[in-house]
Design a protein around this ligand. Structure first.
Ligand code: ZN
Length: 601
């Protein structure tokens, strides 16, 4: 008799119960239906196709663009005793053939494939010979140009699945706004599929956005104060900045390694490998890094430059704290970043509709940065999810942001832009407002203007803050001319005419004056007594030893959470050991006794 999904969850994966939607999704697929699944990273997406693949006869085909990740995913499944394999360009023809034979002989339940492979003639001939349990299309947002990682080959997936109309399909993604969502359903022909949308909230992530004063220094302070000897990812926009930042952090004694597409493959691989296998490596990367990284104990993700969109931000920050322990999403940005983003938008190609969607996405990102209210509310709101109360786990919740009526200041600033000919940037405009008779001001006779010197009530830094917020709020944009100054928008006029109020935020100090939270309460693990802490450390050492012997990342052996439970529950025999989260029969068989020995000591 075949096992039920819950039995498999317990015996194979070692979990007691399903999370939101998992069971319904699994049942839908088992009943032969299609499913479209939106579930944030770290909430058990893959179980939704793994369990049906085990139960149904035939092999579950998982399409994933993450070639770098396949091997780890498959290895992690094998550790749980699941018959899984992958086929991608990293294998030799002989190796591929061997795996194909296993599948033909019914010795494989889950097969991961890269999308390109599906279209190869050789593979197509293979497909018709095997019983297919299901098609799982992972990272489904890759099919949409509105997603943050469009891959044209995904558009052709539907050609393949159409040839097997009786095989259930399950498409999964961890991020998509409503436009992208609709696009995925259209492109993958899933209008009849049941949709399952889980909450996008990642309650253990503490969101923080700060003004950039000296980004690298702020980053170092953040790492030293909150994440000493912990794993993290730092994102920067360019390769050059990636290299520079990594080197600078190394000089300051931080275990940082660069990662970007310009490095030779071997070094890149080596850095990624160390990041996965060691506990305290910080990777400094361009946005290229991360897809394909599944490390559960990343304690922070930092952005030294703005991400490209809210989806990208959500995806990138989502790499922190996958083991549900406290983690930080930290970002700094400046007026220059806002100018750069606006310019990128103005220069982008495409028709009006394309630009309008782009524009909305940019507005959303800047609005998030400038928010004076709970960041989680803004972030989840972007994905169409209401979050009724302030979360208490973001910077604007922890430190109230003061706002002020900036209507008059906005009028002065906009008027100054207009009277100087809509050609100048914040530095010169601030000189005019502050009444500074610089060489340039005199040369251009801007000291003759009505707005000259009307702004002496605010400091230079405060004026820069006003310009940044006007630009972020769409009251100004960047001109495309050679000088690239600020220009008025449709939204400027109601403000200039006094018909619209403008609320601005008072920027908090860019450097922390004191630690926001006591370090003790930030400890990832909270034990009752010293004995538990010591036991946990011993279990960690044993895990590291086993992982080294098997050449696996430590978390593939056991997650931190599992070790923590072991240290607290102190199981004395195999039956008790099975009660610990994350220990199924296979892992008990493989490692149980060695961990029991340490606990009994
Ligand atoms: Zn909040």
């Amino acid at each position: 008799m075949r096992q039920t999904p819950l039995e498999i969850l317990k015996t194979v994966f070692g979990f007691d119960g399903f999370r939101e939607n998992q069971q319904k999704i699994i049942q839908t697929v088992l009943d032969g239906g299609d499913a479209f699944v939106l579930m944030p990273t770290g909430s058990g997406k893959s179980i939704c196709y793994q369990i049906p693949s085990i139960i149904l006869s035939g092999v579950g085909l998982v399409v994933s663009p993450l070639i770098a990740l396949m091997q780890n995913q498959v290895e992690a499944m094998r550790q749980n005793g699941i018959r899984a394999a992958f086929l991608n360009s990293s294998l030799s023809l002989d190796e591929s053939k061997q795996i194909e034979r296993q599948v033909l002989n019914g010795q494989c339940d889950i097969l991961y494939v890269a999308p390109e492979r599906l279209f190869m003639e050789r593979f197509q001939n293979f497909l018709v010979k095997i019983p297919i349990a299901l098609f799982a299309i992972d990272e489904a947002h890759c099919v949409s140009q509105w997603g943050h990682d469009f891959r044209p080959e995904y558009l052709r997936l539907v050609e393949v699945t159409r040839r097997f109309p009786a095989v259930p399909r399950i498409a999964l993604t961890a991020t998509a706004d409503s436009v992208t969502r609709k696009d995925i359903v259209d492109k993958l022909d899933l209008s009849a599929a049941l949709q399952f949308v889980s909450s996008f909230d990642r309650p253990n992530i503490n969101y923080q956005v700060k003004l950039k004063a000296n980004g690298k220094k702020q980053l170092l302070e953040f790492i030293q104060n909150d994440h000493c000897s912990e794993a993290g990812i730092v994102y920067t926009r360019t390769r050059k900045r990636t290299d520079e930042t990594a080197r600078w952090l190394q000089d300051k004694g931080v275990n940082a390694l660069p990662y970007h597409a310009g490095m030779d493959a071997q070094t890149r691989q080596h850095h990624q490998h160390r990041f996965l296998r060691e506990d305290d490596i910080i990777i400094v990367a361009t946005i290229a890094f991360g897809m394909g990284i599944d490390k559960p104990d990343v304690r922070f993700v930092a952005h030294l430059d703005l991400p490209s969109s809210m989806e990208a931000y959500y995806q990138e920050t989502g790499r922190a704290g996958r083991n549900e322990q406290p983690a930080d999403a930290w970002m700094v940005y400046s007026l220059a970043d806002v100018v750069a983003m606006r310019r990128l938008l103005e220069t982008s190609d495409g028709n009006a509709a394309f630009k309008r969607i782009k524009q909305q996405k940019l507005e959303a990102l800047l609005g998030y940065c400038e928010s004076a209210t709970c960041r989680r509310q803004v972030l989840l709101g972007y994905f169409g999810e209401a979050y009724p109360e302030a979360c208490g786990n973001c910077d604007t919740c922890r430190q109230e942001i003061e706002t002020w009526d900036g209507s008059v200041a906005a009028q002065k600033a906009l008027s100054c832009v207009y009277r100087t000919g809509q050609r100048f940037g914040a530095a010169h405009l601030t000189d005019v407002l502050a009444g500074n008779r610089t060489e340039r001001v005199q040369q251009l006779r801007h000291d003759q203007l009505k707005t000259f010197g009307v702004g002496d009530g605010l400091s230079r830094i405060e004026w820069l803050s006003v310009f940044r917020q006007l630009l972020a709020g769409g009251f100004l944009t960047v001109d495309m001319g050679k000088i690239s100054g600020f220009r008025l928008t449709e939204k400027s006029w109601p403000v200039l005419k006094g018909m619209q109020q403008v609320q601005l935020r008072k920027d908090p100090h860019p450097f922390k004056l004191k630690r926001s939270v006591k370090p003790s309460s930030r400890k990832v693990l909270e034990f009752e007594d010293e004995g538990e802490t010591q036991l946990f450390e011993k279990l960690r050492l044993l895990r590291l030893e086993i992982a080294r012997q098997l050449a696996l990342p430590p978390y593939v052996v056991f997650h931190d959470k599992t070790l923590k439970e072991m240290a607290i529950l102190k199981p004395q025999n195999r039956t008790a050991m099975l009660q610990v989260t994350g220990i199924g029969e296979q892992k008990l068989e493989r490692y149980g006794d060695r961990f029991l020995d340490v606990i009994k000591e």
